[in-house]
Design a binder for this molecule. Structure first.
Ligand SMILES: *Cc1c(COP(=O)(O)O)cnc(C)c1O
Length: 400
């Protein structure tokens, strides 16, 4: 069976909500992937940062297999022996008081919004149904109706209204705009430390810190979406650490399972998540034994194998070398840790063209927006492997 066979099969029966590169992958190990024709590729996307630990990490795989053989699902109608351990380890690692496990990232964001609204009514005293949440332009928080409803990206929203009210959009990185949009009914401010899907956009230094101060002054919950930036990607466990701040509520997902299983979580102080009482929220699969066992091991290997430190060191090297590439097409190289964006000038002909050329040379990456190529390899990548990637990136960016 060749590549075209699988592409035709997908195209015949599958909804067309993605435009994948035409490579059909069958196997992965560490930073490497193999396609159905036996070609080998370096993965520089890491499933949008869900496989920070590398593909098929043997320890996480073993945790999955062992737990699957023992107990898969109880629902939260009963307790399970994995959940308490997961809570404790997750909260200790991230300095959280409480956690709430969900499945996808979007679900965790939705859950956080519910908790923050409830906090607004119960603790802050906002009049019923008047709670306002401030979000940022160019955000990406997931694909549910509520979340695309406060997106500023037409293609995410168009055709899906009507949307959930109660959200205000302000420019990302602009403290003054944030300040001006605050009212007595503002309960929360939701922000990504670095906008990943938005094109690896880094806010001005001090932005999150000033946002933290504004939230403190006005009794507003600071919510960080660290689904993509979290768990080592930017060279810190959580990207908020770059500015020395802690959010009141943080959502993580993606790499929380090392890519094996959908696991996300809301991490919170006691005041916000503490407002939930039985019946307020739930999920059949959230916090199931397999999810907990997998996530515990996924967190453990990040720490034990020094992946955060490696992301910081390798990210600095990778970005430094990318900046040295002399190409007429590059506008800017930016990033933190191993979350790197190379923005091309519009005349370059679009980032996708370069991703397709890199695919031919054995390197998998994905454009984000029109003109940004994102490089986000698994955090286990080593210097000689980055050199291998750089050779290919440089040759492709010097073409045409
Ligand atoms: C991927 C992502 C989400 C959504 O996660 P899903 O698991 O795809 O629902 C939310 N926020 C950010 C910042 C993301 O990168």
């Amino acid at each position: 069976m060749n590549t075209q066979y699988f592409i035709d099969l997908e195209n015949q029966f599958g909804a067309r909500n993605y435009l994948p590169l035409d490579v059909v992958i069958t196997r992965g190990k560490g930073i490497w992937l193999w396609d159905v024709e036996g070609n080998k590729f370096m993965d520089c996307l890491s499933a949008y940062s869900a496989v920070n630990q590398g593909h098929c990490h043997p320890k996480i795989m073993q945790a999955l297999v062992d737990q699957a053989a023992k107990l898969a699902l109880t629902s939260r109608a009963f307790r399970n022996e994995q959940l308490g351990h997961f809570y404790e380890e997750l909260c200790e690692l991230t300095h959280s008081h409480m956690a709430l496990p969900m499945n996808s990232g979007a679900e965790a964001v939705e859950t956080m919004i519910k908790a923050v609204r409830k906090w607004g009514y119960k603790i802050k005293g906002v009049p019923r149904d008047k709670a306002e949440i401030i979000v940022c332009e160019n955000n990406f928080h997931g694909r549910t109706i509520t979340l695309v409803g406060f997106s500023s990206e037409g293609s995410y929203r168009n055709g899906f209204g009507p949307f959930t009210p109660g959200f205000k959009i302000v420019p990302f990185g602009d403290v003054e705009a944030l300040k001006k949009s605050i009212t007595p009914n503002t309960v929360g401010f939701l922000v990504e430390p670095i906008q990943g899907e938005g094109g690896v956009v880094i806010p001005p230094a001090g932005y999150l810190k000033q946002a933290r101060e504004l939230c403190d002054r006005h009794n507003i919950v600071l919510m960080l979406d660290e689904i993509q930036t979290g768990l080592g990607r930017t060279g810190k466990l959580l990207a908020g650490e770059h500015e020395g701040i802690e959010a009141d509520v943080t959502v993580i997902g993606k790499a929380l399972s090392g890519g094996f299983y959908p696991v996300s979580a809301v991490l919170s102080n006691r005041e916000v998540l503490g407002t939930f009482t039985p019946g307020d929220h739930g999920s059949t699969f959230g916090g199931n034994p397999i999810a907990c066992a997998v996530a515990r091991q996924a967190l453990k290997v990040i720490v034990e194998e020094h992946m955060v430190e490696n992301a910081a060191a390798m990210g600095e090297y990778f970005m430094g070398q990318l900046k040295k590439i002399e190409s007429p097409w590059i506008r800017e190289v930016r990033g933190k840790g191993l979350m790197i964006g190379v923005e091309l000038i519009p005349e370059a002909g679009g980032a996708r063209h370069y991703c397709e050329r890199l695919l031919e040379k054995g390197l998998l990456c994905k454009e984000t927006h029109e003109n940004v190529i994102r490089f986000a390899p698994p955090l286990v990548i080593q210097r000689d492997e980055i050199d291998w990637a750089l050779e290919r990136i440089e040759s492709v960016l010097k073409e045409r």
